[in-house]
Design a protein around this ligand. Structure first.
Ligand code: SAM
Length: 316
């Protein structure tokens, strides 16, 4: 099958946002794909199939998909992060159709590519190890760079601006709802007190405030900054909103017999996926309970520990 690639100009027209060049992007990804065997089996990735990786990231799952769909198949990779797509473009050259785009826009991408429906879709939610390792984007608690936290630096407000503008109650709600942080009110109050004296601009500024405010967990396994960073990231990227939109739109992009797999790392996301699969008459659920990584995988890849995989098949 011929690989259809959109030029930058086309993508800019579709998304009405310029796609910037990032010269410093390396070809290497450090992200380790999670539950690769389970995903390959359940999505039935085979020669000749058309598979969508809606969260391309470091291209770990995509590399496996490409290997199995072969020259007769097609891999379409999407990511909101233009840097991830830039890196993927260097790695996969012309073998995949890669797009800097939100997975919720898959129907529009398929229209442009003149593809009616696909055989499999993967969403591997959250952030990649490459984003975490980039000191300029604020995902890492130790970074001196701005606390940005956006997957797409051209879209929406950076987290430091949210911390500057949001009122105390809204901040507390964000930290509680998206971080499930019991100390949300105290944290919000401390943020508001501190910003009156000095703006909270870097990831390190916020991490230091959180370490002064939140007691360490008993076995020191969770950094006191973890839940608040996660909450702010989910808020600035509107992650739950886009997941909800995708859960409505993506099953319609599947062939009858086509499958969708969603890996989530947060109880709110997993609940949304479970309920949407249950409520969608087009889908048959293939994972009554979410699948979890093997003990071995949890030991070798700590990021996999909170992963839950749900898969459904389009039956009508
Ligand atoms: C966990 S990583 C994916 C890693 C990938 N499966 C791999 O093996 O390398 C999640 C990726 O999803 C992207 N992402 C998050 N929300 C998105 C959305 N709404 N649309 C497209 N990509 C999104 C992030 O930018 C990030 O690169």
């Amino acid at each position: 099958m011929k690989v259809v690639r959109l030029s930058r100009q086309w993508l800019s027209i579709i998304y009405q946002k310029p796609i910037q060049e990032h010269e410093k992007v390396s070809e290497e990804s450090i992200h380790i794909p999670i539950m690769p065997n389970e995903i390959m089996d359940l999505l039935q990735v085979q020669a000749g199939k058309t598979i969508v990786d809606g969260t391309f990231g470091g291209g770990g799952h995509s590399a496996l998909f490409l290997e199995h769909v072969g020259a007769e198949g097609l891999l379409i990779g999407l990511d909101r992060d233009p840097l991830a797509i830039e890196r993927g473009g260097k790695r996969f050259l012309d073998s995949a159709s890669l797009h800097a785009a939100n997975y919720a826009d898959l129907p529009e991408i398929l229209d442009v590519l003149k593809i009616e429906s696909v055989d499999g879709i993967l969403l591997d939610l959250g952030l990649s190890s490459d984003q975490l390792a980039d000191n300029e984007r604020g995902f890492s608690y130790h970074a001196e760079g701005d606390l940005d936290l956006r997957f797409n630096p051209n879209e929406g407000l950076p987290a430091w601006k949210l911390l500057e503008k949001a009122n105390e109650k809204n901040l507390a709600n964000i930290i509680y709802d998206f971080g499930e942080e019991r100390m949300s009110r105290v944290i919000a109050r401390r943020i508001c007190e501190q910003r009156r004296v000095r703006p909270i601009r870097t990831a390190d500024d916020l991490a230091q405030l959180l370490r002064r405010t939140v007691p360490r967990s008993k076995n020191h396994s969770i950094d006191p900054a973890t839940r608040t960073f996660q909450a702010l990231r989910i808020a600035v990227n509107e992650e739950l909103k886009w997941l909800q939109v995708a859960l409505k739109r993506l099953p319609g992009c599947l062939n009858i017999g086509g499958r969708i797999a969603i890996l989530s790392f947060h109880s709110l996301e997993d609940r949304m996926v479970k309920q949407a699969f249950l409520a969608d008459e087009r889908l048959k659920i293939l994972t009554k309970k979410p699948l979890r990584p093997s003990e071995e995988e949890e030991q070798t890849n700590s990021r996999s520990r909170s992963a839950k995989l749900r898969v459904a098949e389009r039956v009508r």
